[in-house]
Design a protein around this ligand. Structure first.
Ligand SMILES: Cc1cc2nc3c(=O)[nH]c(=O)nc-3n(C[C@H](O)[C@H](O)[C@H](O)COP(=O)(O)O)c2cc1C
Length: 168
């Protein structure tokens, strides 16, 4: 099964997670590349699509990419975020990704925390719309850590198994 892992990243956290996910995929036909280098996804049966949560949402470039994926494709979303894992502030972005992907088959989602530079946190703490997640992000400095990456890898295996069972 041809599998693509694609991602958008600004400071490398989501790329780290993408690489762990890629390692976890036990398929011979697999590729990894940044979203900006993907011109067509026609040949893939499963697309892992990753992004950093930005302003409680999906970055615009990723939004445009999701909308372009042909109807009925299998996708799995992963994200890194400064706010707490599984928390309301991170989950909102996944909910939005699910709305964008209403024409697709979403097999699952995976999120973990990602470091935000202290200087940026200090700036964002002063802005009302960013304060809540920026406060939580103060304790994300060590992420994604080895456990996050291992869990991402395991999740990737699970998504591949789901994609296979979906085809039969
Ligand atoms: C401008 C900006 C906005 C962000 N907005 C959020 C947010 O709303 N919620 C959140 O949990 N993290 C937010 N973050 C933190 C990033 O999602 C986190 O650091 C992520 O791991 C960055 O991934 P990257 O290194 O792949 O770009 C924001 C970071 C920046 C710089």
């Amino acid at each position: 099964m041809e599998t693509l892992v694609t991602f958008y990243t600004e400071s490398g956290n989501t790329e780290k997670l993408a690489m762990a996910i890629f390692e976890g995929i036990d398929e011979t036909e697999k590729e990894i590349r940044p979203i900006k280098q993907v011109s067509s996804v026609d040949d893939y049966n499963l697309i892992f699509c990753g992004f950093p949560v930005q302003s409680h949402s999906v970055p615009a470039k990723v939004e445009a990419f999701i909308k372009r994926i042909p109807r009925g494709k299998n996708v799995a979303f992963f994200a890194t975020h400064g706010s707490l894992r599984g928390g309301k502030l991170a989950v909102t972005a996944f909910h939005y990704a699910l709305i964008l992907a209403s024409h697709l088959i979403v097999l699952g989602t995976f999120g973990c925390r990602g470091r935000v530079k202290e200087k940026i946190i200090d700036e964002l703490l002063r802005k009302a719309e960013h304060k809540a997640w920026a406060e939580e992000a103060q304790s994300a400095a060590e992420h994604p850590d080895a456990t996050d990456l291992e869990e991402g890898k395991e999740w990737a295996k699970w998504m591949v198994a789901r994609a296979h069972s979906h085809r039969s």
